[in-house]
Design a protein. Structure first.
Length: 253
């Protein structure tokens, strides 16, 4: 069965792209063709995995300027990983999101339906915010998983997101599931991180942790999958790998 997942919270810098990209890699490395759709006008997921000139991007597909197959790119060195890119510089998604998407709130949902003919696993990487583009992506998803950093205001951000999601479900007739939280950049030596994890556990959500690990940033700088990146023989920490494998093993069901 095919499934589309978005990792989302309206807050910036909580690890949406890092977790989207890392889970897409994990799924692909385990042998399952996986598509990462870059729905962020910043194009961070695309510049992480793809270098060199590309001809087409997501906004071209959405505007009918090319076929979807012409825009999807296979990631070099990560078998089974595919990206439907957005150009951070000179790209058209920002303008599209500011103008046309208002009249076409279901455009991403329609695209995902088409993509599901080709991919059983699709991940959407969203920009921060809860505007029209993010809403269109959320209703295109079967499940949204919320990444958050273990900070004081994160739980407030989650409350706001839950509230907005209720409205989106009602107004846009969506049944997107929201039952998991990922506490990202978790450090078990820090008391506050433990407190926030425990506070998150008291709610209705299943709560997962991804440890703080400098290899995420380094692998992004090196345009590599974090699971295969090595610097002086060192890659992701064992517990980071376990956390990623664990998360990937439960979310696609
Ligand atoms: N578990 C982690 N350990 C250490 N660094 C991390 C971790 N997760 C993310 N980062 C780093 O934090 C920064 C922000 O992460 P990321 O870009 O994934 O956030 P985002 O939510 O996608 O941001 P935006 O809202 O701008 O799209 C990046 O430099 C990334 O490498
Ligand atoms: Mg991002």
């Amino acid at each position: 069965m095919s499934k589309t997942i978005a990792f989302h919270l309206q807050k910036g810098g909580v690890g949406k792209t890092t977790i989207s990209g890392t889970i897409a890699c994990q799924s692909a490395l385990e042998g399952i063709p996986t598509l990462l759709v870059d729905v962020d006008p910043q194009g961070n997921a695309s510049s992480w995995f793809l270098t060199g000139d590309l001809e087409y991007e997501l906004s071209d597909v959405l505007q009918g300027l090319c076929y979807v197959d012409d825009a999807i790119v296979e990631v070099p060195n990560v078998e089974n990983l595919f990206v439907l890119p957005t150009f951070g510089i000179g790209g058209g998604l920002k303008t599209y999101a500011e103008t046309k998407i208002a009249e076409e709130p279901y455009v991403l949902q329609d695209l995902v339906q088409e993509l599901k003919q080709k991919f059983d696993r699709i991940i959407l990487d969203l920009p921060p915010g809860l505007g029209k583009l993010e809403r269109a992506a959320l209703i295109a998803s079967d499940e949204v998983i919320t990444p958050m950093t273990p900070e004081v205001f994160s739980l407030d951000g989650l409350e706001i997101f839950i509230d907005e999601l209720k409205r989106i479900r009602k107004n846009l007739r969506s049944q997107v599931k929201h039952e998991r939280i990922v506490i990202n950049s978790y450090d078990d030596r820090i008391r506050q991180h433990k407190d926030i994890f425990n506070a998150a556990l008291t709610g209705v959500f299943k709560v997962y942790k991804i440890p703080v690990d400098p290899v995420f940033r380094k692998s992004q700088e090196a345009n590599k999958a974090p699971q295969v990146f090595k610097q002086r023989g060192k890659g992701l920490k064992e517990k980071t790998l376990e956390a990623i494998q664990g998360l990937n093993s439960v979310i696609w069901r």
